[in-house]
Design a protein around this ligand. Structure first.
Ligand SMILES: [Zn+2]
Length: 508
């Protein structure tokens, strides 16, 4: 009782409150009362929300909109400092410039700064939950702890997963020219790992860091099925069952990965999805990132197994991966979440960009109505993400009893003038400019555009002091890996005429 009485209370008064099942064009005005980390009540104005535990802190929010915090369901924090450094590269060429293995050990200061900076960008855009699929380099406890401490400090909600792979082969390797010299091959070859040791490392961390700080939870991530041995995938399936954790993995991001699936999963008709089903990983706990090259049959199978998709429309386009069949997935009843992916292949952590592209890209095949509307985009960016995170019923909507993960948006912004439809203007007009206040688990992390949990100027100063070294390293890696690039482009050319049975590029 004492803890209840002393829990912080916060009353947000007089805002329009978005309800997925209510009037999403013209949401009604409500008072929202928060206590501790949760929403206590959503009531009509003047109904005097019953406040226990003393006089609440009050945010007067007339003329504002309260949205559930957005869920960025696919994100990697390792390349935050490479934002804006790359463009016009297909996936495999981009990977040469961005993968953490090439960068090796980074300073603790850099790990902390990149974690905070990426989280701050998300928060400023109204994202209250991220799924950070992170490759730890080196894979040790100090690296992990530094990143998790950064997240605890800034106050964003994170489902954190350590990305693992044990198969070293490059996805596009079968298409590389036969005359590729050995020194160029050595750059992309990688080294295989022991799957049992890899799984044991993850389980040790889950046990060592239990419980995690508030707002942090675990996810599990084989980097991609084709980069994982059967033993590694079975290890993940076992961990997911025993610890009841969500699983996130890259599936069919590129045509090269699809070609590889056709070659190595002969037992399953060349299907990565059927291979996952065989291992027990095609489950309601699993969300696949991208799914650009899914076939209609595989989408049906995913719906049957209640396996979800994290759709990353911006990075799919920036890395020339193709257009994901998301209208088909939505119609099949697959849970669709939205992600913004890496900072060096999307360059912007914005669910507004993702929501808009989700709707617009559904129309690339023909001019018929797509059925992918603003309502679906907002749902994917909130409830769909919550379901993918394994946090359904906890986040994604503004209801009594749910976590207080909220965003207050200024409806005086020109994006909402005139106010014809809140849902459509959020998806098609908002660019992030209207976001004023962001609350995560009842804590006000951004208040009237000012971040409360960290010193933003100090972060910028520290970033500036780290960037000369980062830029030198980035240039050194780009130069060292440069000899591989012509061979990767040649492989991409050979891939063009190779059939995988479907096409995900728009034909002209
Ligand atoms: Zn990814």
């Amino acid at each position: 009782m004492m803890t209840q009485a002393s829990a912080r209370t916060l009353l947000i008064r007089g805002a329009r409150v978005f309800d997925h099942d209510g009037d999403i064009d013209d949401p009604p005005i409500r008072d929202v009362l928060l206590e501790g980390s949760r929403i206590v009540s959503v009531t009509a104005p003047g109904a005097d929300a019953e406040v226990k535990g003393g006089v609440p802190d009050v945010i007067e929010a007339r003329g504002k909109l309260i949205m559930p915090g957005f869920v960025n369901a696919h994100y990697h924090s390792y390349d935050v400092l490479a934002k804006g450094l790359l463009e016009d590269m297909p996936f495999d060429v981009w990977a040469l410039h961005s993968q953490p293995a090439y960068f090796g050990r980074r300073s603790k200061a850099e790990l902390r700064v990149r974690t905070l900076l990426g989280a701050l960008e998300c928060l400023r855009n109204g994202i209250t939950t991220i799924q950070d699929m992170n490759s730890l380099v080196p894979q040790d406890e100090e690296t992990l702890d530094t990143i998790l401490c950064g997240y605890a400090e800034i106050g964003i909600r994170v489902v954190f997963s350590i990305a693992l792979r044990d198969v070293a082969a490059l996805d596009i390797a079968p298409f590389l020219p036969a005359d590729m010299p050995e020194d160029a091959l050595a750059i992309v070859r990688g080294a295989p790992k022991d799957p049992k040791e890899e799984i044991a490392f993850v389980e040790r961390q889950i046990k060592r860091l239990h419980p995690l700080p508030p707002r942090l939870t675990w996810g599990l991530s084989p980097s991609g099925p084709q980069r994982s041995s059967r033993v590694l995938l079975e290890g993940f399936a076992d961990l997911a069952r025993r610890h009841e954790l969500p699983v996130f993995t890259h599936v069919y991001e590129t045509k090269a990965q699809t070609a590889k699936a056709r070659a190595i999963y002969g037992d399953h008709g060349g299907s990565m999805i059927r291979h996952l089903a065989d291992i027990g990983l095609l489950s309601p706990r699993t969300t696949i990132a991208h799914g650009v090259w899914l076939t209609p049959d595989e989408i049906t199978l995913m719906a049957e197994h209640r396996t979800g998709i994290a759709h990353n429309p911006i990075s799919n386009l920036k890395l020339k991966s193709g257009v994901a069949p998301m209208a088909m997935a939505l119609r099949a009843g697959v849970n669709v979440a939205l992600g913004c992916d890496n900072c060096s292949c999307g360059d912007c952590q914005s669910m507004f960009q993702a929501m808009k592209m989700f709707c617009l890209l559904a129309a690339v095949t023909d001019a018929s109505p797509t059925g992918v509307h603003a309502r679906d985009a907002v749902k994917a960016a909130t409830l769909g993400g919550a379901r993918a995170m394994g946090l359904q019923g906890e986040i994604g909507a503004i209801r009594a009893g749910m976590k207080a993960d909220l965003v207050i948006i200024d409806l005086d912004d020109v994006a909402y003038q005139p106010l014809n439809s809140v849902a459509r203007q959020l998806v098609f007009s908002e660019v992030g400019r209207g976001i004023e206040t962001v609350i995560v688990g009842g804590d006000v992390v951004i208040r009237e555009r000012r971040v409360m949990t960290i010193d933003e100027q100090a972060l910028r100063d520290e970033l500036a002091s780290l960037m000369p070294q980062f830029r030198r390293d980035f240039a050194r890696i780009a130069k060292a890996n440069d000899p591989v690039i012509p061979y990767l482009f040649a492989a991409n050319e050979r891939l063009k005429s190779h059939s995988v049975g479907i096409n995900r590029f728009v034909c002209t």
